[in-house]
Design a protein around this ligand. Structure first.
Ligand code: ADP
Length: 619
């Protein structure tokens, strides 16, 4: 039954053909839920990526996975390694090559045989040395006996002294024989003996040497103390991933040269190893080409796509697949059940927390709903959810509970806040002293701090007379201000003047489209001399036609507003489906005209209801 269940969940094409009843959420605790043994069967909410990974593993294609962090990219890479056959794994050894000292020989053997060869050589060498030692020992003994015989017959002690010195020299020589035992013995580069899974090598952020192989520096390059070059050869991640998966996360961190070399190794399926640190004796050594027949799973965020070497990208597009990971999944009974399976998986993986009750699982599902910030969707940012599950488990352990309850999940929210959230909440955005000094042109805007926390930013505008509309904004460290919607709006209202904008509390690299509506309102308030109440904040973006667009991370912004003492918010109507804390009044607006009228009314109206549309406000 369990097998049938997983088959249904994890092969989308099968899903369309045979409808299968969704199991009811009637379990008592997560202990009653099955946990799949294979990683690919544990991936939730990424049906398309799973189907492509299955296909790519069968056909040995490379895959580019792009999406938000924590959606399962490295999990899919590992799952792919599990799907690759382990039967054709190989061992790679490198050994000395007669006179051409600096070109070690590379041998490829089927898995397990490399180890056998090395063992055999070790054994042979040991036998050679020990038999030589026996012979030398015997010669020493004979020398001593002959010396003693001559000393006795000739009655001259010089003979015994001479033979004694000779014997000591022979023994010393025999002992020194083990000084260089390893020269004849090959060096492993890749040892796959006894492996039952294809290798999964994570090459994230590796420097060129670790990625492509290196030859170590030999401090004693002569005088009999030097090492044989083949003992200094180190395999790179591309060689360790031979017949398996090479996983590279945050591909943008890899230099373009490394990406180029990676592409060469990938195309040729082999790459010679040479010393890569300038000035090292290793640079003189170059092995024969070492096999590197791997499949690549490259992961990254959307901005990383532009930083991938064009040749590497085109190779993947031509000979592999690109997948954009899901950030949400629909809020169906089936997906809720899958989330319950995910909770059971995380408990098993963590191993330190007790099982969850069904109510606690429902609370996790509620978190997924809230993180998604989209109607009828559940979040698939599983790392964030996993963090919440572990914090809830830790709280249950601390309170001595045998099971994790819904209350633990709710309390865990406080402990699993990000640094940014904690900072912003603790400082209340540093705007406190300003709350007491209203002035025209001053308005608060709800923005985002590094996509993990909301923050409140103060916008100021000063206006001086001018013949036309002119806009001056402060210099940004990265990115640019989008001032066109504000210019368009001011021209539409025929409000010429030179407008100076300033923000307070804004971090560098802020998303300035978050500010456009607030900037326009701030400019209008400065021009008309209208004081905007201090407990009002604005969110949403404006376009050149004066329409207000949806605002991202609305739920988080609401929590920040609540914490920052904001009572009323002007928000885009498009965000109306998202839950708002009960202490906050929201006026939903669709255009700048509505927003500006609402601001003017709000300066006079005492709000009594939690949430109303612009028409209701007019009434
Ligand atoms: P990414 O590489 O996308 O940043 P990871 O694969 O490292 O994310 O995910 C981190 C952890 O979150 C995984 O080890 C797993 O426990 C959980 N996880 C992430 N995505 C999924 C998923 N789609 N299904 C089940 N668990 C997941």
């Amino acid at each position: 039954k369990v097998k049938a269940l997983f088959e249904r969940y994890l092969s989308p094409h099968l899903l369309e053909e045979e409808p299968f009843p969704v199991p009811a959420m009637d379990f008592k605790t997560t202990a009653d839920l099955p946990v799949a043994s294979r990683l690919i069967d544990q991936v939730v909410g990424q049906d398309e990526a799973v189907a492509i990974i299955r296909l790519a593993a069968r056909q040995k294609r490379s895959v580019l996975l792009i999406g938000e962090p924590g959606t399962g990219k490295s999990m899919l890479g590992q799952a792919m390694a599990e799907l690759l056959p382990a039967s054709n794994l190989e061992d790679i050894i490198v050994e000395a090559r007669g006179k051409a000292n600096n070109m070690p020989k590379v041998r490829v053997l089927s898995a397990g045989h490399g180890e056998a060869v090395v063992r055999q050589r070790e054994r042979e060498f040991r036998t050679n040395v020990s038999s030589l030692r026996w012979i030398l020992g015997f010669a020493g003994a004979v020398t001593l006996i002959v010396g003693a015989f001559y000393a006795y017959t000739r009655e001259n002690p010089v003979y015994i002294m001479g033979s004694l010195i000779l014997t000591v020299m022979i023994v010393w020589f025999a002992k020194s024989l083990k000084a260089k035992p390893s020269e004849q013995i090959p060096n492993y580069l890749v040892n796959n003996s006894g492996k039952v899974k294809a290798p999964f090598i994570d090459a994230t952020g590796l420097h060129a040497g670790a990625l492509l192989g290196d030859v170590r520096h030999d401090p004693y390059q002569s005088g009999g103390l030097e090492s044989k070059p083949h003992h200094l050869v180190e395999p790179g991640a591309i060689h360790l991933a031979h017949k398996g998966v090479l996983f590279i996360d945050e591909v943008a961190m890899l230099s373009l040269e490394s990406q180029q070399a990676l592409l060469t190794a990938f195309q040729e399926k082999k790459l010679a190893i040479t010393g890569r640190s300038p000035g090292s004796s290793g640079t003189m050594v170059r092995t024969e080409p070492v096999p590197s027949d791997f499949v690549m799973v490259i992961a990254g965020n959307v901005p990383d796509v532009d930083k991938i070497h064009p040749a590497l990208r085109s190779r993947i597009r031509g000979y592999g697949y690109e997948v954009y990971m899901n950030e949400t999944m629909s809020d169906t009974e089936e997906n809720r059940y899958k989330l319950a399976l995910f909770v059971a998986q995380e408990i098993r993986r963590d191993g330190k927390i007790p099982h969850f009750t069904r109510e606690a699982v429902e609370a996790v599902i509620e978190c997924a709903r809230r993180i998604a910030e989209c109607p009828d969707r559940l979040s698939t940012r599983f790392r964030e959810l996993g963090g919440r599950i572990r914090s809830a488990g830790d709280l249950a352990v601390q309170s001595g509970a045998a099971l994790v309850l819904a209350e633990h999940v709710k309390r865990a929210g406080h402990f699993s806040r990000s640094i940014e959230e904690q900072r912003v909440w603790r400082e209340r955005n540093g705007l406190k002293p300003l709350l007491r000094q209203p002035s025209p042109g001053k308005i608060k805007v709800l923005s985002n701090y590094k996509e993990t926390a909301g923050q409140i930013i103060q916008i100021w505008t000063a206006v001086v007379p001018a013949a036309e509309v002119e806009i001056r904004v402060p210099q940004m460290e990265s990115g640019e201000w989008n001032v066109l919607p504000i210019e368009a709006a001011l021209n539409r209202y025929c409000l010429s003047g030179r407008y100076y904008f300033e923000t307070e509390g804004a971090a560098a690299g802020e998303r300035t489209e978050d500010f456009t509506l607030a900037m326009a309102l701030s400019a209008l308030s400065a021009k008309h001399g209208v004081f905007i109440p201090e407990d009002i904040a604005v969110c949403g973006s404006l376009n050149v036609a004066g329409m207000v667009g949806e605002c991202a991370f609305f739920g988080r912004k609401m929590l920040t507003a609540k914490h920052g003492g904001i009572r009323t918010i002007l928000a885009p109507l498009a965000n109306k489906h998202i839950e708002v804390p009960p202490t906050i009044h929201v006026v939903w607006v669709q255009s700048l005209d509505e927003a500006w009228n609402a601001v003017q009314l709000l300066t006079r109206t005492k709000l009594e209801r939690d949430s109303f549309s612009f028409e209701e406000l007019l009434k």
